[in-house]
Design a protein around this ligand. Structure first.
Ligand code: FAD
Length: 106
């Protein structure tokens, strides 16, 4: 399998990109699907120790996805949890959409 860092970078890109196209006003089925997706993603994430911690996180902090903004922020918080664990800088979640959807201004 890919190394943990390359896998991680690609995976966060995929996940935040999904948040960027998640509906602003999701249906009940969108919401239940994205929750299932995140649970299954965490279950089969191909870094087993990462997967274990991420599954635990999802159990503790249930996926919130009643809007794009809510899901984008939930995911940003989840990513920050991993950043903290690895000693990386915490990302300012008010900027998640600028980073992953609309693009930086400069
Ligand atoms: P990454 O953390 O991969 O981030 C990529 C880019 O996302 C950054 O350059 C930044 O622009 C942006 N970004 C950063 N933080 C946020 C945020 N909070 N919200 C939105 N955008 C942000 N690695 C381990 O060693 N141990 C683990 O237990 C572990 N668990 C992981 C669990 C999951 C679910 C995933 C997807 C990855 C995990 N990783 C783990 C990998 C780790 O998170 C990093 O992806 C990897 O270390 C590469 O880091 P990076 O510095 O390139 O930036």
């Amino acid at each position: 399998p890919a190394d943990v860092e390359t896998l991680g970078r690609s995976s966060w890109t995929l996940l935040h990109s999904i948040a960027a196209i998640y509906p602003t006003t999701p249906t009940a089925s969108d919401q239940s699907d994205i929750k299932s997706f995140m649970k299954l993603f965490a279950k089969f994430y191909p870094c087993w120790s990462c997967a274990e911690d991420f599954q635990e996180y999802i159990q503790k902090k249930d996926v919130r996805a009643s809007s794009r903004d809510e899901f984008g922020n939930w995911l940003c918080d989840a990513h920050n949890e991993v950043n903290k664990k690895l000693g990386k800088p915490v990302f300012d979640c008010s900027k998640w959409e600028e980073r992953w959807r609309t693009g930086w201004k400069d």
